[in-house]
Write a new protein. Sequence first.
Length: 173
Amino acid sequence: MQLAYTMAPGRGDTDLLLFRLAEALTKAGVRTAGTVQINIENASGGPCDMDVQVLPAGQIFRISQSLGSGSRGCRLDPAALESAVGYVQTALDAGADCLIINKFGKQEADGRGFRPVIAEALSQGIPVLVGVNALNLSAFNEFADGLAQELLPDRPALEAWVHRSLERKGEAA
C-alpha cells in the first residue's frame, strides 16, 4: 500500500502545493485522478470561497457555502463535495496512475467524503497522496492505521515519491 500525506504550514499552502504538483505530474504524462483546491478571495473581505477542481478533466465545484457575516458554522457544502467525489470515482474507474486528494477533512474524519475513493485506489495498488491539516491529523492516522508516510511539503519531494511509487507498482505487476 502506497499512501502518503503532506502538511504545509501556511493557510492555503497545501492547496497551492498540490495544485502545482498535479500540473507537473500531468505535464510528465502521469494520469492523475482526485481533486485540488482553489481558494478565491472573497470581495466582502470574509473567508475565501473554496472550489475543488477534479483531476484530470477539470470540473470545478464550489464546496463552500456563504453563511453570512455573523456565522461561525462549518462552511463546507457536503452535497457539492459528494458530487466531486462521484466525478473522482469515475476518473479513477477510467484509469489513473495516482490519486491526489486536496484534504482529508472533517467529512473524511467522519467516514464520508473521499474516504471510500482513497480505499478503492489503495485496493487497486494506486499510490495516494493526501493533504492533511493539524485538526484532522489524528483521524487520518487512525484511518491509515500507521501505514501512511509523511512527506515534506516540497513539490520536488512529492513528485519523487509519486514517481518512485509508480516504479514500485510497475515492478510488482
